[in-house]
Design a protein around this ligand. Structure first.
Ligand code: ZN
Length: 310
């Protein structure tokens, strides 16, 4: 089933689908929930409250897909309550039921629909199109016809939304833009019975505990009680120092003032800090350019290590 795409995003999302169409020739399928290697059950968080979480039902290897799912809806960000409710009315009965079955921990003034969007939505960075269709998008000054190109959109994946957040997540997610399917995969080997966790928002690797708490409370209305946020004393201070240093490097590289050797040294230092922090995923930083360059650098280092082993 295709997601319900808000009218203001339709042209852009369809263009993305068309431009990625040749990436994947296989017929997109959503995995059968009965075959997923996890089960949902309630868990007591370190903060003492109970929440539903996803737990591995077998050992899962690093890189193995855990669940693949298509969003039920794709909405613009920063919707008002009435706008969200108007979009909800346009959705199919099935999609509306799926949305209403999700948790809502948002303040009651957001209402049933926007509250669930706030509690469960992913803010996904929308890819740049290589060739913008003439006349469809406004320029910086708002001239031209049609819509402003969105940088992010809010996606709701009902099953993936049941997975809890951790600042040291053991699973990551990626969207295939040729079919709008999101896959969650393990970033570290998982043992049967272990909780599967994902990261709800990007750039937390650059944020101290206090900053992460504020961001997660503000965007998702919960206080994080993950392994990393539960650290105290010197262990917490060391974690905060590492994340602050990662932030300084990202901001420095993003400013564009570094020579290439300094950038490469920065990437090596970041990789070391991220490893010391115990973060297993491929981090997304506050600057997409730095993220892309860092990912390329990691691949290059891996290739070099592999060729040295031969
Ligand atoms: Zn946390």
């Amino acid at each position: 089933m295709l997601p319900y795409i808000a009218p203001s995003l339709r042209a852009h999302i369809l263009n993305i689908l068309l431009s990625h169409a040749s990436d994947n020739d296989s017929i997109p399928v959503e995995s059968d929930s009965e075959e997923d290697p996890y089960t949902l059950r309630s868990t007591v968080t370190k903060g003492g409250s109970t929440a539903v979480g996803a737990f591995a039902t077998c050992d899962i290897e690093r890189g193995e897909p855990i669940v693949t799912e298509r969003a039920i809806c794709i909405w613009p960000q920063e919707l008002k309550r009435e706008e969200a409710e108007a979009l909800f009315e346009q959705m199919s009965d099935h999609a509306r039921d799926a949305l209403l079955a999700l948790a809502n921990v948002a303040p009651s003034d957001l209402g049933e629909v926007l509250g669930r969007r706030a509690t469960n939505g992913f803010n996904v960075e929308v890819p740049e199109l290589e060739m913008e269709w003439a006349g469809v998008y406004k320029d910086e000054k708002g001239e031209g016809k049609g819509e402003i190109r969105p940088s992010h959109a809010g996606f709701i994946f009902p099953r993936i939304a049941r997975m809890n957040h951790s600042c040291l997540n053991n699973a990551d997610h990626a969207i295939d833009w040729s079919n709008l399917l999101m896959t969650v995969y393990a970033t570290t080997p998982l043992a049967e019975g272990q909780e599967i966790t994902i990261e709800y928002t990007s750039a937390l690797i650059q944020r101290t505990r206090a900053e992460r708490q504020a961001i997660l409370q503000d965007s998702f209305m919960f206080s994080c009680a993950c392994e990393c946020c539960s650290l105290t004393g010197e262990a917490l201070a060391a974690s905060d120092r590492r994340r602050k240093e990662v932030n300084e490097i990202v901001v420095g590289i993003a400013s564009g003032g570094f020579e290439r050797p300094t950038v490469l040294k920065g990437f090596a230092r970041m990789a070391q800090l991220i490893e010391e922090e115990g973060y297993m995923g491929m981090p997304e930083f506050s600057d997409p350019g730095v993220t892309g360059a860092y990912h390329m650098w990691v691949q290059m280092v891996k290739r070099r290590m592999a060729s040295e082993e031969d």
